[in-house]
Design a protein around this ligand. Structure first.
Ligand SMILES: [Ca+2]
Length: 218
């Protein structure tokens, strides 16, 4: 039976522990970095015509994710209630980027409703839309070919952006700042306990004792 020296085993054990520690630190650092990368506070813009607040939601992987994100922000995907609101949206958020809006016929095909529950008072479909291509397009997006105009899309179409509309004022900047501070505080690891500093009157005798070899390192 071959023998491996005790030292060799110790080195292997120490190496494994060090590797484990490096892996653990790497993953915990990655987790903290990801937490800090969570979407920033939305930039809200108020429409003076109705005093509603609007913002662009980013990174939502589906129409449903965008609507859920809008609800989490205290609103819904935008309901475009008239031509003035449509024009304001194009002027404010640009007329060439595709954005999900809160219009769907998922409950009943061809019966389009706003997720806000508001009555449908205005539509702005691009000519030939909604086409319900392949029978799977039940969600509206705006800026299709013509600024502002709508197309129906599959829920998983790679739009990834939505416009959220709140009927109430957005969180105040103070509240946002406070929320950010709270989040930052949660992410910050507790600093190590500081080494207590001896009062001078205790410190001098301690040095003296150290000289005499009473304390470690003396
Ligand atoms: Ca609206």
């Amino acid at each position: 039976m071959s023998t491996i020296s005790r030292d060799r085993w110790r080195r292997i054990l120490a190496g494994s522990l060090a590797l484990g520690l490096i892996v653990a630190l790497t993953f915990s650092h990655a987790a903290i970095t990801r937490a800090q990368d969570t979407p920033a506070t939305l930039t809200w813009i108020t429409n003076p015509a109705n005093n509603h607040a609007y913002a662009v939601l980013t990174g939502c992987a589906s129409w449903h994710a965008c609507e859920a994100g809008a609800v989490a922000e205290g609103g819904h995907l935008v309901a475009v209630n008239n031509a003035d609101e449509q024009a304001w949206l194009v002027d404010t958020f640009d007329g060439t980027t595709l954005y999900w809006i809160g219009f769907t016929d998922e409950a009943q095909a061809t019966v389009w409703v706003w997720t806000t529950g508001e009555a449908v008072t205005y539509t702005n479909w691009y000519p030939g839309e909604p086409s319900n291509s392949a029978g799977t397009e039940h969600y509206a997006l705006m800026n299709w070919t013509v600024p502002g105009q709508w197309n129906d899309g599959h829920a998983l179409a790679a739009i990834n952006l939505g416009i959220v509309e709140r009927t109430s004022a957005p969180p105040t900047s103070t509240a946002e700042a406070s929320e950010t501070l709270t989040r930052t505080a949660t992410l910050t690891t507790t600093p190590p306990t500081a080494t207590p500093v001896l009062p001078l009157r205790l410190y001098l005798p301690a040095l003296w004792r150290q000289d005499l070899g009473y304390l470690p390192g003396g």
